[in-house]
Design a binder for this molecule. Structure first.
Ligand code: FAD
Length: 374
C-alpha cells in the first residue's frame, strides 16, 4: 500500500528533501508539500534583492517546478493544526492531509506580541512575500518624496542591520529620500558576532548616516510613530519589525513536544521527541542534543540528513544521526556590494567578500533550478 510523506513548509531544509526525492524517487511513496506560496525566498540573498542586485527569480525557489520534477503535489495552504492521533494535518479551508510520516520546516514568526500596536503599524520581515510587496510600495514612495521619509527598523541583529543598509543603498541609488533609525534593546548591534564585527558595522552605519538607538526597548507603535521609553515619540513613516524569531503556535497547540520557547523539540535524528512519525528542521525545530541559533545555515545543513531519515522512517529502517557544525560562517552584506565575514573570532571584509558570498549564493540557487543533478 502507498505511504504518504507530508511536508509542511517549503523552507531551506525541505527544498533539499524534495530535490533528493526527485533525483532518487522512493517507490511506493506519495510526496505532498503544503505551502502557502508558490515561491520560497532564499534568505541569504534577500538583502541583495532589497538592495537591487538581484531579480526576484535569482533569490526565490519555484516550489511548483521543484515539486513537479519530484512527482510531488503542492497544496497551496498553510497548515493550521495537527491531529497527531489520526495522523492528519488541517490546512486552510478545512482541507485534511493524511500522513504516514510528517516533516515540518515552516520557519519562525516575528516577535510582535509583546509590543502593543506592532501588529497594526509597520511590517515584519516575515512572511517574506508580504514584506516584499510593502517594500516595493515604500521604495516607490521614497523615490517620489519631496522630503526625507523617516524609516524605523526595530531590531539591531544581523538581519535588521543588513536590511537597513540594503534599503538605504537602494533608495539612495534610485534618487529617493529617506532617513533610517535602527533601534535595538541591547547595548550593542549584531550581538551574535564578535566585537570586531560590531565595531566595523557601527562605523559603516555612522558613515552612511544611519542613526542608532541602543538600550532602547520599543514600548508601542502608533500611527506615524514609535513610542520609546519615557514616552518619547520617534516619528516613523514606516516601521520595519526585525525583532527576531518566535515559534508558530500551532505545533505546540497540536500536542507536539516543544522547548520552553515553543519550538518543536527534536533529537539527533531530527525526529520529534514526542511523536516518532514527525520530523522537524530549520527555525521551527529545536535540536535538544545540540542547540544552535536560528539561522539559515543550519536549516540548509539539515536538508540531507532529514531527507535520508524520512526515507528510512518510511521503510522502517534505522535512522542516521545529525550533528551540526559548532559554528557557522556569516557573510554579512553592507548593501553596496561589500560584505563582512564573521567566523568565530575572525573578521574581514571588502568587495571581494561580497563577490565570494555572491558566488556561494548563486551556486546554492542553481541546485534548485529544475533540471540540475546532485
Ligand atoms: C533579511 C534576512 C536575512 C537573513 N540572512 C541570513 C543569512 O545570510 N544566513 C543565514 O544563515 N540566515 C539568514 N537569515 C535567517 C534565515 O532566514 C532563517 O534562519 C531561515 O530562513 C530559516 O529557514 P527555515 O527553513 O526554517 O524557514 P523559512 O526559510 O522561513 O521557510 C519556511 C517556509 O514555510 C512556509 N510556512 C510558514 N508557515 C507555514 C504553515 N503553517 N504551513 C505551511 N507552510 C508554512 C513559509 O511560507 C516558508 O516558505 C536571514 C533572515 C532574514 C530575515
Amino acid at each position: 500500500m502507498q505511504k504518504r510523506l507530508l511536508l509542511i513548509g517549503g523552507g531551506h531544509s525541505h527544498i533539499e528533501v524534495i530535490r533528493r526525492f526527485g533525483l532518487d524517487p522512493e517507490p511506493g511513496v506519495a510526496l505532498t508539500l503544503v505551502s502557502p506560496h508558490r515561491h520560497t525566498a532564499y534568505s541569504g540573498m534577500l538583502p541583495g534583492y532589497i538592495a537591487g542586485h538581484y531579480r526576484f527569480g535569482d533569490c526565490h525557489i519555484d516550489l511548483d517546478a521543484l515539486c513537479r520534477q519530484a512527482g510531488a503535489d503542492r497544496i497551496e495552504a498553510a497548515a493550521g493544526s495537527l491531529d497527531l492521533a489520526k495522523r492528519v494535518a488541517r490546512c486552510g479551508a478545512g482541507t485534511e492531509q493524511f500522513f504516514d510520516v510528517l516533516s515540518i520546516d515552516a520557519g519562525s514568526v516575528p516577535v510582535l506580541a509583546p509590543i502593543p500596536g506592532a501588529d497594526r503599524h509597520g511590517i515584519a520581515i516575515k512572511p517574506v512575500a508580504q514584506f516584499l510587496q510593502r517594500w516595493a510600495v515604500l521604495l516607490a514612495t521614497a523615490r517620489k518624496a519631496a522630503t526625507d521619509m523617516q524609516i524605523a527598523i526595530v531590531g539591531a541583529g544581523t538581519a535588521g542591520i543588513e536590511v537597513a543598509l540594503a534599503m538605504q543603498h537602494r533608495i539612495r541609488n534610485e534618487g529617493g529620500r529617506a532617513r533610517f533609525t535602527v533601534i535595538g534593546d541591547g547595548p550593542v548591534i549584531l550581538a551574535a558576532h564578535p566585537r570586531g564585527v560590531q565595531r566595523r558595522f557601527a562605523a559603516i552605519m555612522a558613515t552612511r548616516g544611519i542613526a542608532l538607538r541602543l538600550n532602547t526597548r520599543v514600548q508601542a507603535a502608533e500611527p506615524g510613530a514609535l513610542v520609546l521609553p519615557g514616552n518619547e515619540r520617534l516619528a516613523a513613516d514606516e516601521i520595519i519589525w526585525m525583532t527576531g524569531a518566535a515559534a508558530p503556535a500551532w505545533p505546540r497547540v497540536s500536542g507536539l513536544q516543544t522547548d520552553a520557547d515553543g519550538f518543536i523539540a527534536v533529537d539527533r535524528h531530527l525526529q520529534s521527541l514526542s511523536h516518532a512519525a514527525v520530523f522537524a528542521a530549520g527555525d521551527v525545530a529545536s535540536m535538544q542534543h545540540a542547540p544552535r541559533p536560528k539561522s539559515g545555515v543550519y536549516a540548509v545543513r539539515q536538508g540531507p540528513p532529514l531527507a535520508e531519515n524520512l526515507r528510512r522512517a518510511l521503510r522502517g529502517a534505522l535512522l542516521i544521526e545529525y550533528h551540526p557544525q559548532a559554528r557557522a560562517l556569516a557573510l554579512i552584506s553592507t548593501g553596496d556590494r561589500h560584505a563582512v565575514a564573521s567566523y568565530g573570532p575572525f573578521v574581514f571584509g571588502g568587495a571581494w567578500v561580497w563577490r565570494w558570498k555572491n558566488y556561494i549564493d548563486m551556486a546554492f540557487m542553481r541546485r534548485y533550478r529544475v533540471g540540475k543533478s546532485l
